[in-house]
Design a protein around this ligand. Structure first.
Ligand code: PLP
Length: 376
């Protein structure tokens, strides 16, 4: 008889986006002639830029030629891509990250979940609320104790420091779902908290490419001390339209330390390297060649054009909503607009209203808890 991980039974009925897609499919079946505007799961709509497609075509040809064919890729990623990441995403911002601290992945979602493999089961984990649901669900599955950090209009969507000590802290800026950001000074407070409490920050920077304002860091390692306590997770999905291609990367500086029960120090980079070499066989050569092309001059120009398009759309959505009296946030450093539901409607009621009356798909969210506190 197989024992099951009963933590799965503690998850809310359905993963948020599965529920949305079920409702949308039902609506489509009942209203086949209606055109739906999809703003639910944060998918991209523009195709992958031409220069990146060309890089993939070349890589495909290489795979068909015995002199250039590639078998299994390196588990941690090809050198050619890691070099570009170091140069463009870190060195250009005066941040020192070594190639051995970068792990190429098949996307940020996998790594935000998989990273829990290297931590023990009895961690207290701080998760901002509202948040990208993967952090919460993966920690429930892992059996961790979750403490929510409220992010709301009262605190300007800035997660306030906790009085209690936690072991892991998830931060996501620019933020999904609120579209808001955090300043350098505010983020420094969290890094200092982590240093003082021997906590680790898991920093999801999937939307970094959308930052337009100054005084917002593009990587957490721009903050003093962060390379001692932070893991950074990045994605090419929204930056370059890779949602269907799948590529991202995780940075774990060698200084980031965890502890055994006996208080012995453990190098987290080493543990993650071991985890990846055991459970992951790397990202395809073709995909990594595509990611490399993101950093070419042509690639950068084409990507920036697409990002501008998404940010312009966000501005149109925001200004139209405001015209009709809705309270809105975000859209300046992120593609997301966060809307306060009108007339006391719950987020799912407003979701149903938008879908059934306006043929628009949004993403419903609610505060899980309106004050600092533990739920599970
Ligand atoms: N992190 C955040 C905050 C996201 O919003 C998303 C996708 O919507 C992801 C990670 C997933 O990224 P990927 O497509 O690289 O798995």
């Amino acid at each position: 008889m197989a024992n099951m991980n009963e933590n799965f039974l503690k998850l809310q009925d359905n993963y948020l986006f599965s529920t949305i897609s079920k409702k949308v499919n039902e609506f489509k079946q009942n209203n086949p002639s209606k055109k739906i505007i999809k703003m639910g799961i944060g998918d991209v709509i523009l195709p992958i830029p031409k220069s990146i497609i060309e890089a993939m075509h070349n890589a495909v040809d290489e795979m068909g030629d015995i002199s250039t064919f590639k078998g299994y890729p390196p588990e941690y990623g090809y050198q050619f891509l890691k070099e570009k990441i170091v140069e463009n995403d870190y060195k250009s911002r005066n941040v020192s990250i070594d190639e051995t601290e970068i792990f190429i992945s098949d996307g940020a979602k996998s790594d935000t979940g998989n990273i829990l493999d290297i931590f023990g089961n009895n961690n207290v984990v701080a998760i901002p609320n509202p948040v990208y649901p993967v952090y919460m669900d993966t920690n429930i599955i892992a059996g961790n104790k979750i403490v929510y950090i409220p992010m709301n209009r009262e605190n300007n969507f800035i997660p306030e420091l906790l009085e209690e000590k936690v072991d892991l802290i998830y931060l996501c800026f620019p933020n999904n779902p609120t579209g808001t950001t955090i300043t350098k000074t505010q983020l420094q407070k969290w890094v200092d908290y982590a240093i003082n409490n021997k906590s680790i920050i898991i920093y999801d920077a999937a939307y970094e490419a959308f930052i337009t304002e100054k005084n917002i860091v593009h990587t957490i390692y721009e903050i003093e001390g962060a390379s001692k306590v932070a893991i950074e997770i990045k994605s090419f999905s929204k930056t370059a339209g890779f949602t269907g291609l799948r590529c991202g990367y995780t940075v774990i500086p060698k200084e980031v330390i965890g502890y055994t029960k006996n208080n012995e120090k453990i190098c987290i980079n080493k543990l993650w390297a071991r985890r990846q070499s055991t459970k992951f066989n790397g990202v395809s050569y073709i995909t990594q060649k595509a990611a490399e092309a993101v950093y070419s001059e042509e690639g950068k120009q084409q990507i920036n054009k697409n990002i501008k398009f998404y940010l312009e759309n966000a501005q149109i959505i925001r200004s139209e909503l405001e015209k009709y009296g809705y309270e809105t946030y975000g859209g300046i450093n992120a593609p997301y607009i966060w809307v306060k539901t009108p007339n006391g409607l719950s987020s799912w009621e407003f979701f149903d209203y938008l879908l059934n009356e306006k043929c628009i798909v949004g993403t419903p969210r609610k505060w899980l808890w309106n004050r600092r506190g533990r739920i599970f």
